[in-house]
Design a protein. Structure first.
Length: 138
């Protein structure tokens, strides 16, 4: 397999797996910490109107979803890539960070959550995924 194809496969696979973990954590989180009564989170409009009623505990699983999704995607990309593993992991982190920025722009979440999410859930988790993946490859 050519190195370019291998790197493309690593990135696409990392994005798919990371997105799956992100979705899974968001779904499970809604059962563990139910949204405020009377809110509808099934649409973007419903989520926007519900956010003012969220308590800090309601932001735990979204943060975990972003962090674990990025970590898993970067780890998987590192494991698949035969060369430039750190670069593949950072691409995953940057792509998820772009998604996080879009999310912050679209959803009026509290500043403390937006800053924490953007600073801790993406690039640091991508690097951690790379570090863990390299230990497994040895």
């Amino acid at each position: 397999m050519s190195p370019t194809f291998n790197r493309i496969l690593a990135i696409i696979s990392g994005l798919i797996l990371g997105s799956a973990f992100n979705w899974l954590f968001l779904e499970v989180g809604g059962f563990i910490i139910p949204p405020p009564a009377g809110t509808d989170l099934s649409t973007m409009e419903g989520l926007k109107s519900a956010l003012p009623f969220f308590e800090p505990k309601h932001f735990l699983f979204p943060f975990l979803a972003h962090a674990v999704g990025t970590l898993t995607g970067a780890l998987f990309a590192t494991m698949i890539a035969k060369t430039k593993q750190r670069g593949m992991s950072m691409i995953i982190g940057i792509l998820f960070l772009i998604g996080g920025i879009i999310n912050v722009v679209m959803l009026p979440s509290p500043i403390w959550f937006s800053v924490t999410d953007l600073l801790l859930a993406y690039i640091p988790m991508a690097y951690l995924g790379y570090s863990i993946g390299m230990k497994f490859k040895k």
